[in-house]
Design a protein around this ligand. Structure first.
Ligand SMILES: Nc1ncnc2c1ncn2[C@@H]1O[C@H](COP(=O)(O)OP(=O)(O)OP(=O)(O)O)[C@@H](O)[C@H]1O
Ligand SMILES: [Mg+2]
Length: 232
């Protein structure tokens, strides 16, 4: 459903992606893991055609209207209420406004429907951005650090929503620094270090391959072994 073959990206003198290749099957949750500056957001920007690559090829098996996107820069209208933000988006996509109310319920924001976005907490704002990304029931969903900076309970709420979307048939591409999150949530992952994928596969498979188990399999240990760098 999502594919990159040997993608290269340069910003001036700096090569930020050096031949990145991976494939994501339909209905999978795929996690792109790596520290700050590894190239994760750049990969999302290239896949969603917001940025041109300097080499290689890539494709998504769904059109732009069947794709959902949640970026760090959320682009919500801060003076509008939660519900009105979703309604503006529903208008653009030509979908019934009744879905906006349902989407707020799905992320536990029904009581905040009338609150202006500028008065929301970070976790609430993130959940609203997620509600907007999935409002049009996309087949492919890109989530750039969906739980970054959230408390564990809010993060778990987002995890269960992502699992429900996958169970409904969506293909989910997410980025994270959090190995534990990736292990629990992702069907497959790729470990990215300075624009190079150093390992990929299912979390359990990767940990087994590298003998990286404490009491539970330890993706963090695989990353440190391969790169010498800690994530956090
Ligand atoms: N528009 C740009 N112009 C120049 N350099 C850029 C640009 N966008 C990204 N970079 C550089 O590319 C590299 C990868 O950045 P990217 O945002 O993809 O990292 P990331 O893995 O998403 O990091 P983070 O976890 O902090 O979000 C960084 O060195 C960054 O400085
Ligand atoms: Mg990023």
């Amino acid at each position: 459903m999502i594919r990159m073959d040997n993608v290269v990206k340069r910003f001036g003198e700096q090569t930020v992606l050096s031949g990145v290749s991976f494939a994501v099957g339909e209905g999978e949750i795929f996690g792109l893991l790596g520290p700050s500056g590894a190239g994760k957001t750049t990969i999302i920007n290239i896949l969603t055609n917001q940025l041109d690559a300097d080499g290689g090829s890539h494709s998504i098996g769904a059109g732009p209207l069947q794709t959902g996107l949640m970026l760090d820069e959320d682009g919500l209208y801060t003076r509008l209420s939660c519900l009105d933000n979703l309604n503006v988006f529903a208008g653009v996509y030509g979908i019934p406004r009744s879905l906006s109310v349902q989407a707020l319920k799905n992320v536990g924001l029904e009581d905040a429907a009338k609150k202006p976005v500028r008065t929301l907490s970070k976790g609430m704002r993130q959940r609203l951005a997620l509600a907007r990304a999935v409002l049009h029931r996309p087949k492919v969903l890109f989530l750039d650090e969906p739980t970054g900076g959230l408390d564990p309970a809010t993060a778990r709420g987002i995890h269960s929503l992502i699992l429900r979307l996958r169970d409904g048939g969506a293909t989910v591409f997410l980025t994270t620094h959090n190995m534990d999150e990736a292990y629990k949530l992702c069907d497959s992952v790729a470990l990215l270090h300075r624009g190079v994928i150093v390992e990929k596969g299912s979390p359990a498979e990767i940990c087994t391959r590298h003998g990286a188990f404490k009491t539970t399999p330890d993706l963090e240990a695989v990353f440190i072994k391969l790169t010498g760098v800690e994530l956090e």
